[in-house]
Ligand binder design. Structure first.
Ligand code: NAD
Length: 694
């Protein structure tokens, strides 16, 4: 029986203290840990453990206050010790002392080959009796080290991404127990990791502890035989562990919690039942995979570099910036090579897909794009690539070919023509059985991705003293551009909502049309209805536009307006018959400016021209914006977003809305050409028309 006593390593807290902050628990606690009390608590833990296990100890070292947390020394399997590579310099000094101890005690030392940090048994926990290592990453340990570890250890690697900084090590929120059991705190993990635990461990074998236990380090427990030792366990948790046959012994360790650790952190297992069990087990290895991407551009001043790195982390991966050449002047670009590591090939592909959209390139790009065939009309292969607004090249048959009809959120279909391969941006609904769709991330590159120009988003209403002057400045700039476009016979498209009419902007928009500044108008039923209502009755939604007061019976005006137009057979007919004599729609008809009215569920009537078939409306919108140099989006979230999604890069977008959130959403297409203007649309149109009339 004596042989079965487990061996544990501990380190006395002679020099323990909270001397710096490297986790959220330490915040506000510098100098607050009482060393005497810590010593008493540590001895309590050691004495409790000593009844059940053999305790070895390592000499504490002055100046290394976290050394008592020996779980982070490294990972042991058999007689081999893989030393940690601490993330923070404050703890890096511990490593040499741990390595020395293990060497002196006859262990083989195997340093990790790959770069990245690794915090030992704090993040890597064997499932007792199984050939399985649970591996935490995302806060302290880097994902890539598990590739190396998997190759050495030859057990299954289950990767768990930690997402709550308070549970910065796996052993703070996850405790594997014999007989295939675990207890864990679900919210410390991302959704996929929670799903993985639930898939691997049957319901009756797992305890999902509540925050009230987890935050008192209940999962940071040491299991020895039938005893579970931890800082705390609530009555319900005790009961459930009791049902599993465990006696819970609590050892108060609050002095150590000030530094973010408790029972398990203070102990390193010197033997793992699992290592024996893993002998001869099927080597399943890990699915950790990586790829390099290059990115070039204004990476620093535009925040693009941050965006790239966030994209990797949010996708469940980790990164290493292997090269970075900073542009030293405003006009110089920066260049970076980033190694992206992901827990599975599928996740890597998803991350790379997003990075490509940000303008990154996979350097081994001299590979043809992967093509998959559509098997059902209107349904893409699962791994389809979806486009951005930027010009995109696809490599087919060894040649880079530019996609036609660039727009956002569509698929790339390769067609064989007499002139060779062509790549067509194709809507999901337009995919046909047999179409070959570009999938994955290889053989795709995006050209000229320009970062969003945040400087050009002006909040006129929000800015105080100088607001009037700033409105003038931006309008002056837009007017200048519009003039140039008109002079070269370019194309300006206006997208407008009914607010244009309610705010009294109708006559100004009508004037812009009459002056030749609008080549197409996109809207819904409402802009036309209220414009015609204001022409027929002088009201918009029953409000007298001249006086801003409600008109008796005015609430019927918009329906009467719709009725009159329906009577005439349409807007153009109503203009011809002299029923409509002014306004936005009138000027469109008079000047032959094409318009498209897209229907919605809110529409009254509708007017005969309103497309209630939304697919037809989308097609008409897409046609009308073709060749546009500028699109003025005036206070219609619905139609502006709809239009934005079908507009390629290179078109100047001006988005005017009173709501900053709408402006941000619309101007945040990663395009330098978009300008957001937060202001009243009536005011804006008034100023713009005045500027263009000067
Ligand atoms: P929307 O909510 O998509 O957009 C309205 C936008 O106007 C919002 O983003 C809002 O922030 C902004 N706004 C409000 N006051 C403003 C101001 N003073 N200055 C600048 N911006 C301001 O709604 P929508 O585009 O008006 O309509 C959505 C759909 O509903 C359309 O298809 C429309 O035709 C339909 N609709 C129909 C009727 C009707 O048939 N009677 C009436 C209203 C809307």
């Amino acid at each position: 029986m004596e042989n079965s006593r487990p061996k544990l390593l501990m380190c006395a807290p002679t020099f323990f203290g909270v001397n710096y902050v490297i986790n959220p628990w330490m915040e506000g606690n510098i100098g607050r840990a009482a060393r005497d009390r810590a010593r008493t608590q540590w001895e309590g833990l050691r004495d409790t453990l000593a009844k059940l296990a053999d305790i070895e100890s390592i000499e504490p070292v002055e100046g290394l206050p976290d050394m008592p947390f020996v779980a982070n020394a490294g990972l042991l399997y058999g007689d081999t010790f893989i030393p940690s590579r601490f993330r923070f310099p404050q703890r890096q000094g511990e490593s040499e002392h741990f390595v020395e101890w293990f060497r002196e005690h006859g262990y083989r030392i195997e340093a990790l080959q790959d770069s990245g940090s690794f915090e030992g048994e704090g993040d890597a926990l064997f499932q007792p009796g199984e050939a399985l290592l649970w591996c935490g990453y995302g806060v302290r340990t880097s994902l890539q080290v598990y590739k190396d570890i998997a190759e050495r250890i030859g057990v299954e690697i289950a990767l768990l991404r930690l997402v709550d900084e308070r549970f910065y090590h796996l052993d703070t929120c996850f405790c594997p127990l014999p007989d295939g059991r675990v207890m864990f705190y679900p919210h410390a993990f991302d959704q996929d990791s929670r799903a993985l635990i639930r898939e691997r461990v049957a319901k009756e074998n797992r305890i999902e502890v509540p925050a009230s236990d987890a935050l008192r380090f209940a999962c940071n427990a040491v299991a020895v035989g039938d005893t579970l030792i931890s800082n705390y366990a609530g009555s319900e948790l005790r009961e459930r562990l009791g049902d599993w046959g465990y006696a819970v012994e609590t050892c108060p360790l609050d002095e150590f919690i000030l530094a973010g650790g408790a029972a398990k952190c203070l102990v390193l297992h010197l033997e793992h039942e699992v290592a024996e069990a893993a002998e001869g087990a099927v080597e399943r290895g890990s699915h950790v995979c990586d790829r390099r991407v290059d990115i070039q551009g204004q990476l620093l001043d535009t925040g693009l570099m941050n965006e790239v790195l966030d994209c990797v982390t949010e996708g469940g991966g980790s990164f290493e910036v292997e090269e970075f050449h900073a542009g030293l002047r405003h006009d110089q670009e920066s260049q970076a090579t980033v190694r992206v590591v992901a827990p599975s090939p599928a996740k890597l592909n998803t991350i790379l897909g997003r990075l490509l959209q940000l303008g990154a390139r996979v350097p081994e790009e001299e590979v043809d794009a992967q093509l998959e065939t559509v098997t059902k009309d209107g349904v893409a292969p699962r791994d389809f690539y979806s486009t951005t607004i930027y010009p995109t090249d696809v490599r087919v048959g060894g040649q880079w070919i530019r996609a036609r009809g660039q727009r956002m959120d569509v698929m790339l279909v390769v067609r064989d023509t007499e002139d060779g391969h062509k790549i067509d941006c194709t809507l999901l609904r337009d995919l046909r059985e047999g179409d070959r769709v570009v999938c994955g991330v290889d053989g795709i590159r995006i050209q000229d991705r320009l970062p969003a120009d945040t400087e050009s988003s002006f909040e006129f209403m929000a800015s105080s003293v100088s607001s009037e002057r700033r409105v003038e400045l931006i309008v002056e700039n837009i007017a200048w551009d519009m003039r140039r476009i008109r002079e070269r016979e370019g194309k300006i498209v206006v997208v407008a909502g009914p607010v244009v009419i309610h705010t009294g902007g109708g006559p100004y928009l009508a004037k812009l049309i009459a002056m030749g500044y609008v080549q197409a108008l996109l809207g819904g039923n409402a802009i036309a209805v209220h414009d015609i209502e204001s022409d027929l009755y002088g009201t918009s939604l029953g409000v007298d536009l001249a006086r801003g007061a409600n008109i008796h019976g005015g609430h019927r005006h918009h329906l009467q307006a719709i009725n009159r137009v329906r009577e005439c057979g349409g807007i153009a007919q109503a203009v011809e018959q002299g029923v409509i004599r002014g306004g936005v729609m009138y000027e469109c008809v008079r000047h032959g400016v094409p318009f498209s009215l897209a229907g919605s569920i809110r529409d009254d009537g509708p007017l005969p021209e309103t497309h209630m078939d939304l697919l037809a409306a989308q097609d008409e919108y897409a046609n009308l914006i073709q060749g546009a140099d500028m699109i003025l989006m005036l206070s219609s979230m619905l139609h502006s977003i709809g239009t934005g999604n079908m507009t390629p890069a290179g078109v100047r977008l001006i988005c005017v809305d009173i709501s900053p959130a709408v402006v941000t959403k619309l101007s945040d297409r990663g395009s330098v050409e978009s300008t957001g203007v937060v202001t009243d649309v009536g005011l804006f149109l008034n100023l713009l028309t005045a500027k263009l009339s000067e």
